[in-house]
Design a protein around this ligand. Structure first.
Ligand SMILES: [Zn+2]
Length: 41
């Protein structure tokens, strides 16, 4: 089953053919500029 993985904050999708899409996405979401946990002061 095809599964589309994308950032829940900004909607960016994992690069096609990436070997570790889950890891990539988790890392991205932690650093996503739209992640409310990433408050810059
Ligand atoms: Zn994002």
């Amino acid at each position: 089953m095809a599964e589309t993985r994308k950032c829940q904050y900004c909607g960016i999708t994992v690069p096609i053919g990436h070997q570790r899409p889950k890891t990539w996405l988790e890392k991205h979401e932690k650093n996503c500029a739209r992640n409310p946990n990433n408050k810059e002061e």
